[in-house]
Design a protein around this ligand. Structure first.
Ligand code: VGL
Ligand code: ZN
Length: 205
């Protein structure tokens, strides 16, 4: 793959895999696909959802609320999640079968207690940068290929932000799996198409 392309592998962490606290259905099926893809890219970057134990997205922080309900925060609507990907926990660790030792950086996100961050570029307040866009620009990387978990949250939000930051952006659909809560997958597909993000299959890489 071109030296100005990067494979962005999102949140392939134990808590998002079967048996995890926020398991994405068939999330484990992305692992062999991601491993195959990663071997073909000159540049690979991983993301890692990395929450403090008191993170605002945890339903347990909001008395009377349950996972998958939504609440309104100062920065907009927030889905409430089960406790997941707590810093240093086994659930936050990458899946053992992920074979991407050549990855050049790990972007941790969601580490501010009061702000969620699905996107690898901008936190959910839509103003706090993670630094990834700057790293990509400084390194002359122009094309971003997104894969991992979950299609309708981390992958979609990252792809939308990458596209609007000026990167040519792709989502490798068979290398992703979705949570799909409250119509989130259909909404993500619609938003990605409207933004001009290209949905492709791994056999086209
Ligand atoms: C994610 C829900 C909660 C994701 C992260 O990375 O897609 N989804 N935290
Ligand atoms: Zn999270």
């Amino acid at each position: 793959m071109n030296t100005d392309s990067v494979l962005l592998v999102m949140d392939v962490q134990n808590d998002f895999l079967p048996g995890g606290r926020l398991a994405v259905p068939q999330g484990d099926q992305v692992v062999p696909v991601v491993n195959r893809l990663a071997a073909r890219f000159a540049n690979v970057i991983l993301t890692q959802d990395w929450h403090p134990a008191n993170h605002i997205s945890f339903a347990s922080r909001h008395p009377g609320r349950k996972p998958f309900e939504t609440i309104e925060l100062a920065y907009g609507t927030q889905v409430l999640w089960p406790y997941h990907c707590v810093q240093g926990s086994h659930g936050a660790a990458f899946h053992d079968g992920l074979a991407v030792d050549q990855a050049q950086a790990v972007i941790r996100k969601g580490y501010h207690a009061h702000t969620d961050s699905y996107s690898a570029l901008l936190e959910a307040d839509r103003v706090t940068p993670t630094g990834l866009a700057g790293m990509l620009r400084e390194r002359g990387l122009r094309r971003v290929y997104c894969c991992g978990l979950a299609t309708d949250f981390c992958v979609a939000w990252s792809a939308l932000d990458a596209q609007s930051a000026g990167f040519e952006t792709f989502v490798i659909e068979d290398a992703c799996r979705a949570i799909d809560t409250g119509g989130s997958l259909a909404a993500a597909r619609r938003d990605l198409a409207a933004a001009g993000v290209r949905l492709i299959s791994s056999d086209r890489i």
